[in-house]
Design a protein. Structure first.
Length: 293
């Protein structure tokens, strides 16, 4: 396995108690490449503000979080996120052209009816030398991450998007291949830069264990206040619980499976992964017409 760059290690340290190895991996990859000290950053689909908080901790300049769901923004504020938060539609954002040199859209595009329109609106906000960091769910996900979705796919049946079982399709309109992500980006005026397939392996039914079971237990207060604070995505998150604690043991098991999957992928590349991550820059052909250029 290759060494982890220092900036990615810093994000992993800040997420020492995070239960989901896939979240830790995508957060470390995209933030290490997108955040620049003192440079303004906008996050769309900010949710509870976990990535926004991390960007600030890494030294980003003035940070702003946007989400269409006011309840999520209130959750972010209660969690300790101090950055400005705005309720708005990603396809119609209340900011001037070229006002954010860095924009982050992590696990957002798959929820939208028109991902190209959203990407075009984000293109409006980014100056010629700016960057957009994107992560999306990968269509070639590891079977173990969501075995039921994998079986339904091969039977030609529609995926489950709602209900007690929470799989990779939960609330998603689409998953992405490399080609599909590149096509959507190009159609909206972006050039695809660095791209990576993240999290090649997982513990069986990891997604449902984390979000269908674990998240509900956390929300119900069933794991204890200290353990919930440790693995919660808040500004006050603490270190990982010890190995003898049920939460600590579960998280370590999930991380073991993650490391095992990385090693297997290094030996025999499959191209599978939970996430696709990419850095996008404005297309050269659009710069002449760009109001910010």
């Amino acid at each position: 396995m290759t060494a982890i760059p220092a900036r990615e290690r810093r994000v992993l340290e800040l997420l020492a108690g995070e239960a989901d190895p896939a979240f830790r991996t995508r957060a470390s990859w995209v933030l290490a490449r997108l955040v620049e000290e003192g440079v303004r950053l906008l996050e769309v689909g900010t949710g509870n503000g976990a990535l926004l908080h991390l960007a600030g901790a890494l030294g980003a300049g003035w940070c702003v979080g946007v989400d269409h769901d006011l309840a999520r923004l209130l959750w972010a504020r209660r969690s300790g996120v101090a950055h400005p938060l705005v309720a708005a539609d990603v396809a119609r954002l209340p900011f001037r052209d070229g006002s954010f040199p860095r924009v982050l859209a992590s696990e957002v595009l798959e929820h939208l009816a028109d991902d190209v329109a959203a990407l075009a609106e984000l293109r409006r906000l980014v100056p010629p030398a700016g960057l957009l960091g994107v992560t999306v769910p990968h269509a070639r996900y590891p079977t173990a991450w969501d075995p039921l979705a994998w079986v339904l796919e091969r039977l030609g049946l529609p995926p489950l998007r709602r209900g007690v079982y929470v799989g990779i399709w939960y609330g998603h309109r689409r998953l992405y291949t490399r080609e599909q992500l590149a096509a959507a980006a190009n159609a909206a005026g972006w050039t695809l830069g660095e791209m990576a397939v993240l999290v090649p392996g997982a513990f069986p039914f990891a997604h449902v264990l984390l979000y269908g079971v674990g998240k509900r237990l956390l929300q119900a207060g069933a794991v204890g206040r200290r353990a919930a604070a440790a693995v919660g995505r808040t500004a006050a998150a603490g270190p990982l619980p010890p190995p003898w604690h049920p939460v600590g043991a579960a998280v370590r098991l999930l991380r073991w499976a993650d490391v095992r999957g990385r090693r297997r992928e290094a030996r025999r590349p499959s191209g599978r992964g939970v996430h696709l991550a990419a850095l996008l820059s404005p297309c050269a052909s659009t710069l002449a017409a760009d109001p910010a250029s």
